[in-house]
Design a protein around this ligand. Structure first.
Ligand code: SF4
Length: 388
């Protein structure tokens, strides 16, 4: 059984119960980690029986848990139907951040991302997203979850309604009570949903995976988005800033010889030339290692403008990465067979260039890399994990 708060309220009305029972049930499901309807002893016995008769009780099963040297904890979770996904807990002195998944796998196929190689199994329900927080909260009993980021498996905006529903329950003072500004959605850059997100009343934070401000390079790195031009993405972000007066962050993983040149920096600076509040650029270290670029000639040859979910179907699987076609431009991969993280000099150059142009910039320290739980590494490594 997976419901958001309005759905539970509707259910309670259907069962002839008062609306406030919905919140009690949500607490049991998402905060208190109930293991059965029978154990929910704040609910009337009759209601518990009705729930038992109507629903199969289902909570995610932790198949494996791994703790990194830096304290980051990665969870491999099995959801109903045997689908697997992952969540990551990132504790720090003052905060406990949960990186949660919005899908099992991902259809977008970014070449630097292990999840992208999985393809998409299915999108998650709101309750399945909340359950990931509940798993972490149970594990860190003395620390409250203070921040969440939809940056685990999947593209949150390809599962927009369910993701927003989950964010609202995370934000709800009656459930997790996490401040809206501490709730971040990280999108690969789906244009129409960014515009829709701009109109949501909550002050959720937006992060966009840019990784290159050069169309050809971005298409190579993020082939699932090759139908969406950087111009359209920039327009959508300008609309978002105008409407919300909030500053989105741009995620940029510096990759040696791919997006770390002086010309790449100049393109990034041009992309960032926008009115206040402007962008904040997070420079990331590439976590994936030894990923070989496919021959992305299709991606580099352009195409009609359409959203990936329209083009591929939200439940679709990505296209194979190597489909050479005659007459297109030569692949970057010919010169750059393997993705490697950029060196310190490139980080310095980008930091200095962005700062000089008045663009906010941070260098993000990647947590959890030693357990393959850092950005770009989530890939349900069930084959190498032992069941508990
Ligand atoms: S980076 Fe995000 S959008 Fe791209 S394949 Fe990975 S999970 Fe999907």
């Amino acid at each position: 059984m997976q419901f958001d708060l309005p759905g539970l309220q509707q259910l309670m009305l259907t069962l002839g119960e008062k609306g406030y029972r919905a919140r009690q049930l949500a607490e049991w499901l998402y905060l208190r980690g109930a293991e059965s309807f029978a154990g929910m002893d704040t609910l009337p016995r009759g209601l518990r029986s009705s729930l038992e008769e109507r629903f199969v009780f289902s909570q995610p099963r932790v198949l494996h848990k791994r703790t990194a040297r830096d304290g980051t904890v990665g969870y491999l979770l099995e959801l109903s139907g045997g689908v697997k996904t992952e969540a990551v807990a990132i504790p720090s002195r003052k905060r406990l951040t949960v990186c949660f998944s919005t899908q099992a796998g991902c259809a977008l196929g970014c070449v630097f991302c292990a999840t992208g190689a999985l393809g998409l199994s299915r999108s998650l329900l709101p309750g399945e997203m909340l359950s990931q927080l509940a798993v972490v909260a149970a594990d860190f009993a003395d620390v409250r979850v203070s921040n969440v980021v939809a940056m685990g498996q999947g593209e949150p905006f390809a599962n927009y309604d369910a993701t927003l529903s989950a964010l609202r329950m995370m934000n709800s003072p009656e459930l997790f009570g996490i401040g809206a500004r501490h709730i971040t959605v990280s999108t690969a850059g789906l244009v129409r949903p960014i515009r829709r997100f701009a109109s949501e009343p909550e002050q959720f934070t937006l992060a966009v995976s840019l990784h290159s401000a050069e169309q050809r390079v971005r298409d190579l790195l993020m082939p699932g988005l090759s139908s969406q031009s950087l111009d359209r993405l920039r327009e959508a972000l300008l609309f978002y800033m105008e409407k919300t007066a909030r500053r989105p962050s741009l995620e940029y993983a510096l990759i040696r010889g791919v997006n770390d040149s002086q010309q790449a920096l100049a393109s990034l600076l041009a992309f960032c030339r926008v009115p206040a509040p402007g962008f904040h650029v997070n420079l990331l270290t590439l976590n994936a290692s030894g990923i070989t670029l496919g021959l992305e000639r299709e991606a580099m040859s352009g195409g009609a403008e359409e959203t990936p979910s329209e083009a591929q179907g939200a439940e679709g699987r990505r296209k194979p990465l190597s489909t050479p076609s005659a007459g297109s431009s030569p692949p970057l991969s010919a010169a750059l067979p393997t993705l490697q993280k950029a060196g310190p000099a490139a980080f310095k150059r980008f930091e200095n260039g962005l700062t000089a142009a008045g663009v906010g910039v941070s260098r993000r320290v990647s947590k959890g890399a030693s357990i393959a739980a850092a950005c770009g590494q989530l890939a349900c490594r069930s084959v190498e994990l032992q069941e508990l």
